[in-house]
Design a protein around this ligand. Structure first.
Ligand code: GDP
Ligand code: MG
Length: 206
């Protein structure tokens, strides 16, 4: 692998949001700790009450999100033998988006950027699947909360799954510029990187 592609991998970035339920459940430290011990590097962090406008822009950074999420939701209703609220995926995601706006603007949230090799994929693995009922044991959504689509649908609210994490590199880059200004992200060296990324591990013995 040449120098440029190695550098590209090491500089992959992802955006993570600890949603208001994560803050209220006193899980900020636990959640940050899980990313911290992975070896990824925290390069930006702040706490804020997000606006509805920001949340709308955040979910719409991927122009396909409304269609894909709508189709996925309709399919999962049908798989369970249930009637979806609408056959039109855009109508389904209109409801989901409104619920998400209410949920994520309800109180303080923590937003972060983590950087390092395969940052997007590593973080998605640590976060776990979207619906806490089926998220894997050992993941943030699997270990620390108990919600389901079924109950959140009955309540007419978004599923409370503690965190958001970017779905892919392109989504991550678009989300990062939405939440952070230039200069709020830090460029620095983290000592463990000299082991994580060292090719020959030849700097250990004296
Ligand atoms: P994520 O990347 O794991 O957060 O999942 P998505 O990007 O697919 O979905 C974003 C958000 O939309 C989720 O956190 C849920 O709030 C909501 N959502 C996604 N799929 C469904 C679904 O099948 N049913 C319901 N009720 N909400 C959903
Ligand atoms: Mg997503």
């Amino acid at each position: 692998m040449n120098f440029d592609s190695r550098k590209k991998f090491k500089e992959e970035r992802t955006l993570i949001l600890i949603k208001p339920d994560g803050v209220q459940r006193s899980l900020i430290g636990e959640i940050i700790g899980r990313f911290e011990r992975s070896g990824l590097k925290l390069i930006g962090l702040k706490m804020l009450v997000p606006s509805k406008d920001l949340i709308e822009k955040h979910y719409l950074v991927n122009p396909e999100w409304r269609r894909i999420t709508g189709e996925k939701t309709i399919e999962s209703y049908k798989k369970k033998g249930k009637q979806p609220p609408f056959e039109d995926p855009f109508k389904v995601t209109e409801i989901i988006l409104n619920n998400l706006k209410k949920y994520i603007t309800s109180g303080p949230a923590v937003v972060m950027v983590w950087q390092g090799m395969h940052a997007v994929g590593i973080v998605r693995k640590l976060v776990g699947g979207t619906e806490p009922l089926t998220s894997d044991v050992g993941t943030i959504r699997g270990d620390f909360t108990i919600d389901s689509y079924e109950v959140s649908d009955i309540d007419g609210r978004a599923v409370r799954n503690l965190v958001h994490a970017s779905g892919n590199i392109e989504e991550a880059e678009k989300e990062i510029v939405l939440w952070f200004q230039d200069g709020e992200l830090l460029n620095y060296r983290l000592i463990p990187e000299s082991i994580l990324y060292d090719v020959n591990l030849d700097g250990i013995l004296e």
